[in-house]
Design a protein around this ligand. Structure first.
Ligand code: SAM
Length: 253
């Protein structure tokens, strides 16, 4: 059983820098989210597990707001309020299991790299179904244990894959958890997403360890991983942008 990661401990110090995305990548995600959303505007959006607000202001721009960024970590919320303020966005304390919003009020809910952190998935499913309006959509962007991606960094940190296989749910585990709450799967797509301009940029961001999987590795594994990465970078020419295939699971109420 892997330990629960508290973003108030360390991740809040590095997340915004280590996980920053260029505007065109954020815009591409908004277009993908719009493809799976009701077409009318404005939409009320819940960014559940909004973290440092990486997507929250863009959601307001794309869907016309209001947008609620609900996040359990006070320090992640603080960063969001400093770096990702927007007139249509409110950052609120809460979690997937306890959403501080009235019933039936949200047209769209986004869980971006959050579902594997949720401790009580059946309770979260009921709570998300409660706040989604009839016809609303839930967008779950995550890796799934039965569709494991092959990210570049795993080659230097070999135990990361086993950790992620334990950490991530399968697609069926997620859809089964949401079925009793009345949410049904309507799409499962893969989106190619640019993580970094090149290997050097990718390595510099990796060094910030803004990925909670690092919290499950030992300091020795981390030191060995970065030594292997450095050796690799020194001997190979940079092949250009680093990209990753990302799954997006869409459920409808
Ligand atoms: C990997 S970060 C993703 C943040 C943001 N969605 C993004 O993509 O930048 C995971 C976030 O989920 C939050 N989280 C952890 N447990 C949660 C829960 N039960 N409900 C909602 N959010 C949770 C963490 O505090 C953290 O901010």
């Amino acid at each position: 059983m892997l330990k629960r990661i508290d973003y108030d401990d360390r991740q809040h110090l590095v997340y915004a820098r280590g996980r920053a995305l260029p505007p065109d990548v954020v815009a591409a995600w908004m277009a993908e989210f719009a493809r799976h959303s009701p077409s009318r505007r404005p939409l009320t959006v819940l960014d559940l597990g909004s973290g440092t607000g990486r997507f929250t202001p863009a959601l307001a721009g794309a869907f016309g707001g209001p947008v609620y960024g609900v996040e359990p970590s006070a320090r992640m919320r603080q960063v969001a309020m400093e770096l990702a303020a927007h007139p249509s966005v409110s950052y609120l304390e809460g979690s997937a299991e306890r959403i501080p919003l009235p019933g039936d009020g949200c047209d769209l809910a986004l869980l971006y790299l959050v579902i594997h952190h949720v401790q009580d998935l059946p309770a979260a499913a009921m709570e998300i179904a409660r706040v989604l309006a009839p016809g609303g959509r839930l967008l779950i962007r995550n890796a799934f244990a039965d569709r494991m991606p092959d990210p570049l960094w795993h080659r230097w940190f070999p135990r990361a894959r086993a950790i992620e296989e334990e950490l991530f749910p399968t697609v069926a585990e997620v859809t089964d958890a949401f079925a009793p709450a009345g949410l049904r799967p309507v799409a499962l797509t893969s989106v190619r997403h640019r993580l970094a301009a090149g290997r050097a940029d990718y390595a510099a961001r990796l060094r910030l360890r803004a990925n909670s999987v690092f919290e499950h590795l030992t300091e020795q594994e981390i030191a060995e991983g970065f030594a292997a990465l450095d050796a690799d970078l020194a001997t190979r020419s940079d092949p250009g942008p680093v990209e990753e295939d990302c799954d997006l699971l869409v459920l409808a109420r």
